[in-house]
Design a protein around this ligand. Structure first.
Ligand SMILES: *[C@@H]1O[C@H](CO)[C@@H](O)[C@H](O)[C@H]1NC(C)=O
Ligand SMILES: *[C@@H]1O[C@H](CO)[C@@H](O)[C@H](O)[C@H]1NC(C)=O
Ligand SMILES: *[C@@H]1O[C@H](CO)[C@@H](O)[C@H](O)[C@H]1NC(C)=O
Length: 492
């Protein structure tokens, strides 16, 4: 069969089954997500400690597009009942939110647990469970207590959280997106804390974050799993890389290892440790730059064993893709990972037909999510995958057909990964339940299923067309673009 005929046949074949089979597997879970600093507000209520993001937005408003901050945000600290109502309206199976470390432990250390902080999350968790919605909880979504400079105290914090909430929470994410915490923060200084150290700090951070995750997972495994039987993982941010030309194939694979493999090979591979190809390239680059050894800090054999296997499922955040090509001699490179890769000598660009969005780093390429899933399955075997974030940033407006199309296109690719490629995806999380403080974009970018009126004292939440689409999808347990369900818009 010639190549062209094969393509035509496979297109016809996939069209013919897709018309009938847009159903998700039985038990597939749909959820939506938020993160503490982006929605809670109440940054200074009762005894809450200051977080790195409180300090950063207060001292560097110029780093945020609209000079805003999360002081009030969606005021979910006070409006959590409405948040639960929205989860009910959508028919969510689970709600992913994060716990603010300095709200629970004001000093950062476990010497004092805030009563108000503890109650806030108890109320939220119990309120969700009453409605049959599972809490899916992230321990660390970037709001480090200002008293700490790194994640050294993470397992002590994790112990407090597992002890208080572990009886009711069965899904845990230790750390959200090491790529952002390390590579974006230290390469660009875009986010808190504003320290730029691309050649050393970023890689040191990568190792520290992996160690912090591993210790928290082992703590759960040893002390809490026997009685609570939950699942723990970390959530990675995935940017899918395609080569610009066939000659760039090896470089694209290195970029995938640098963006994703750096945070997955140590945990999910059978050998553990850094991805060997990346380790080699970074050592060469470091020596060329005049360092005595690789800026990617080595793991000892004990550390490799400590980190390897510290997962119960795979948590995948995915939004966007890139093309990469080899840099020309002397070509100026911007910073990794939102721009080029000086360490790999790669120039990163958008494919012309990938639509842009309101976030500068975000192009739309639905096939990227399927290819990323297949790559991970090929590398690490038949894991359980949960998509823990996916969604589109847009301008304001309730009739968000572009967001609906994004969800449809990406979910269809996930179905293809499940049905054609045998990837075991068991859940999907829409980012995000409602418009919120989107880090550097402040409130200028909208990603919510619900629109939030940030000038309204009650932070009025109104469902967008995409909320109706998502509720309908969840109800049917299948992709079907048509029917619209009534939703309750009233703020209680
Ligand atoms: C809390 O912060 C707000 C600004 O977001 C300020 O108006 C208020 O006075 C502060 N409250 C306390 C108790 O410090
Ligand atoms: C997918 O993972 C879940 C959870 O581990 C498991 O129960 C299920 O059997 C897996 N399905 C497949 C097809 O491997
Ligand atoms: C909408 O929700 C409010 C507050 O929970 C409730 O009072 C009202 O009866 C609901 N309306 C409908 C049509 O369900």
């Amino acid at each position: 069969m010639d190549w062209c005929r094969a393509v035509v046949l496979s297109t016809v074949f996939s069209m013919s089954w897709s018309a009938e089979d847009l159903t998700f597997p039985p038990g597939f879970m749909f959820g939506a997500a938020t993160a503490a600093y982006q929605v809670e507000g109440a940054w200074n209520v009762s005894d809450k400690g200051e977080s790195a993001w409180d300090r950063y937005t207060h001292e560097h408003p110029e780093k945020i597009k609209d000079y805003s901050n999360g002081d009030v945000a969606c005021d979910s600290y006070h409006l959590w009942k409405r948040d639960i109502e929205m989860a009910v309206e959508l028919g969510l199976k689970f709600y992913r939110f994060s716990i603010s470390w300095p709200r629970l432990l004001p000093s950062g250390y476990p010497n004092h647990i805030s009563e108000d902080g503890k109650n806030y999350y108890n109320n939220l968790i119990d309120g969700l469970l009453e409605k049959g919605i599972e809490p899916f909880v992230t321990l660390y979504h970037w709001d480090l207590p200002m008293s700490l400079t790194d994640l050294d105290w993470f397992s002590d914090y994790a112990r407090v959280v597992f002890s208080i909430y572990g009886d009711r929470v069965k899904w845990w994410i230790t750390i959200n997106e090491p790529l952002i915490i390390c590579d974006v923060v230290f390469d660009t200084g875009f986010m808190a804390p504003p320290i730029v150290s691309p050649e050393l700090g970023a890689y040191l951070c990568s190792k520290n974050v992996l160690m912090a995750h591993a210790k928290a997972w082992r703590l759960y495994d040893e002390e809490f799993r026997p009685k609570f039987h939950g699942k723990v993982s970390l959530a990675n941010h995935h940017i899918w890389f395609d080569p610009l030309t066939p000659a760039d194939a090896e470089l694209a694979e290195l970029a995938r290892e640098d963006c994703v493999g750096k945070y997955t090979h140590p945990i999910f591979s059978s050998t553990g440790g850094w991805p060997p190809s990346l380790e080699k390239v970074l050592e060469d680059v470091s020596i060329k730059r005049g360092y005595k050894k690789s800026s990617l800090p080595a793991f000892t054999p004990e550390e490799i064993a400590l980190v390897r296997g510290t997962y119960d499922f795979y948590a995948m955040n995915h939004y966007t893709s890139r093309l990469i090509r080899k840099a020309r001699e002397g070509e100026a490179l911007t910073t990794w990972p939102l721009g080029d890769s000086p360490d790999l000598g790669g120039v990163v660009q958008r494919r012309e037909d990938w639509p842009v969005t309101t976030s500068f780093w975000f192009y739309v390429y639905p096939e990227g999510i399927r290819r990323q899933l297949v790559w991970l399955r090929q590398k690490y075997g038949n894991l359980e995958f949960v998509i823990t974030e996916n969604g589109l940033s847009t301008y304001a407006g309730l009739d968000d057909q572009d967001r609906i199309n994004y969800y449809k296109d990406y979910l269809r690719q996930i179905l293809l990964a499940i049905k054609e490629d045998g990837v075991n995806v068991t859940g999907y999380t829409a980012w995000t339940l409602m418009d919120n403080f989107e880090w550097m974009d402040g409130y200028t970018t909208k990603i919510g299923l619900y629109e939030v009126d940030f000038s309204h004292p009650q932070r009025m939440r109104t469902p967008r067309a995409s909320a109706r689409f998502y509720a309908d999808l969840i109800k049917k347990h299948a992709l079907d673009p048509i029917t619209v369900l009534p939703l309750n818009d009233t703020v209680s």
